[in-house]
Design a protein around this ligand. Structure first.
Ligand code: UGA
Length: 460
């Protein structure tokens, strides 16, 4: 406690000093990569008063951004981009080299996709590091925002050194992001904490200046070394993924025992040592982060000779949850899926995104079609993405069209639209009234009144 107070005091003093800087000594920031992390980070930093150049090698993306078209679905982002472009704090370019040369501080926010054996693929990060080295025309701070394996800071340092002009100086910093898709703008502007890993006093001071608008609002800035900052990101995501896998296992237990998972989650979450967050059971976690980061941490630990059993089993538990949903659907249809029509409500890995990466809907579609079912799918945002992977299932314009002629409706994503849909209308369109709610969001009183047979997760 004492340590935390001392840290806050020291930080506010440092912030006060940094705040005394004149406007024209503020660093110019560049962000390389305008995916959701880069775009939200760049826009957020512009919004708190910095001058930010967002760059990307994808000309099409930059063209769109320069015409006020946001290439991703992220609530609240479009007006914020516009506001900061209008205020001339935010600009977009496909000339990455020029953005690097103009900047004092460069955020690397390119992708680290999972490669074939589950490790983080570093080719994009390494390519950016090389470009930075080649354009190191003055001292720069190079910051990794993307989730990167522990030790990446050192690798980036080596790559930049190899390509940098003789005598050039620079600092490498780790500053992992904790943005959730769908609420990324809020998460950026009101974070629980900011984590920064540095290896020099100079880098520490610059990072304190950049995040001054946040520390002034008493948002904790955890400053540590690079390896610790890189590890914090993996530790956070793995813990959250474990929490979800855990409550999903409790839900499966409840289905057998007759206990109620919502009440358990509430009561367990009221223990302040645990917290109620991320204890919502569902069809298994998905997205571009948890599955990839849990797999990467397993690999990182195995590569250094560690067998971390708990972490290694999170993905197995999560896959079991996805399979369990398919079993529940099969069970509700008396064990036979062949020739059945199933309405799938929700394709995105969670609400308020069009992202279908690692979504449970993928497992569900694949397994149900293999077993001979016909799928009628609807999602408010993610249908185009799914259509590219599964062109042969039927895509519908709303939940009612999806339910038409269906033998069962399964709710996969917790969109508000599904909480609010008319169950009378859904029921009247169905061949038989059976509903599987993998998110426990549908009004069960209504379902009972309307003579639905319904299956929830971990509750009667
Ligand atoms: C996650 C983290 O929450 C962010 O802090 C982190 O920055 C991000 O990964 C990242 O590494 O970039 P995100 O993947 O956008 O964010 O989505 P979450 O809101 O965390 O949800 C992940 C999955 O867990 C979804 O499929 C969601 O439906 C599921 N979930 C979440 C549950 O099933 N139950 C819960 O209680 C919470």
């Amino acid at each position: 406690m004492l340590k935390k107070q001392t840290l806050i005091l020291l930080l506010s003093l440092a912030c006060y000093a940094a705040n005394a800087q004149p406007e024209n000594s503020k660093p110019i920031l560049a962000v390389v990569g305008t995916g959701y992390v880069g775009l939200v980070t760049g826009t957020g930093l512009a919004h708190v008063g910095h001058h930010v150049i967002c760059s990307d090698i994808d000309k099409d993306k930059i063209d769109k951004l320069n015409h006020s078209i946001i290439p991703i679905y992220e609530p609240g982002l479009a007006p914020l981009v516009q506001e900061n472009v209008d205020a001339q704090r935010l600009s977009f370019t496909d000339n990455v080299a020029q953005a690097i040369e103009q900047a004092d501080v460069i955020f690397i926010a390119v992708g680290t996709p999972m490669d074939d054996d589950g490790r983080a693929d570093m080719k994009y990060i390494n390519a950016v590091a090389q470009t930075i080295g080649q354009h190191l025309n003055k001292h720069k701070v190079i910051i990794t925002k993307s989730t990167v394996p522990i030790g990446t800071g050192k690798n980036i340092y080596n790559i930049i050194s190899q390509h940098a002009p003789e005598g050039a100086t620079f600092d490498v910093v780790s500053n992992p992001e904790f943005l959730r898709e769908g609420v990324a703008v809020k998460d950026f502007l009101h974070p629980d904490r900011i984590v920064v890993g540095v290896s020099s006093e100079r880098a520490r001071n610059i990072m304190q200046t950049i995040y001054l608008p946040f520390t002034q609002q008493n948002i904790p800035l955890v400053i540590t070394n690079i390896e610790t900052a890189e590890s914090i990101k993996y530790a956070s995501n793995t813990f959250l993924a474990m929490k979800i896998a855990y409550i999903n296992e409790i839900a499966r237990l409840c289905d057998k025992t007759g206990a109620d998972v919502s009440t358990i989650a509430r009561a367990v979450g009221l223990d302040s040592r645990i917290s109620p967050q991320f204890l919502r059971p569902g069809p298994g976690f998905g997205g571009s982060c948890f599955p990839k980061d849990v797999a990467a941490l397993s690999h990182i630990s195995k590569d250094i000779g560690l067998d971390l059993h708990l972490i290694n089993t999170i993905l197995i538990s999560n896959q079991k949850q996805k399979d369990y949903i398919v079993d529940q659907i099969e069970h509700a249809l008396n064990g036979s899926l062949s020739g059945k029509t199933i309405a799938l409500l929700g394709l995105a890995f969670k609400a308020n995104t069009d992202d279908i990466r690692e979504t449970s809907a993928l497992t569900i579609i694949k397994k149900l079609t293999e077993k001979g079912a016909h799928i009628r799918a609807y999602d408010p945002q993610a249908m185009a993405n799914m259509q590219a992977l599964f062109p042969d299932i039927t895509y519908c314009n709303d939940p009612y069209e999806a339910a038409t002629g269906a033998d069962l409706v399964v709710v996969v994503t917790e969109w508000d639209e599904f909480k609010q849909m008319s169950l009378e209308e859904v029921g009247s369109r169905m061949n038989q009234r059976i509903l599987v709610d993998t998110r426990n969001i549908i009004d069960t009183t209504k379902l009972t009144q309307l003579n639905f047979k319904y299956i929830l997760l971990g509750k009667k």
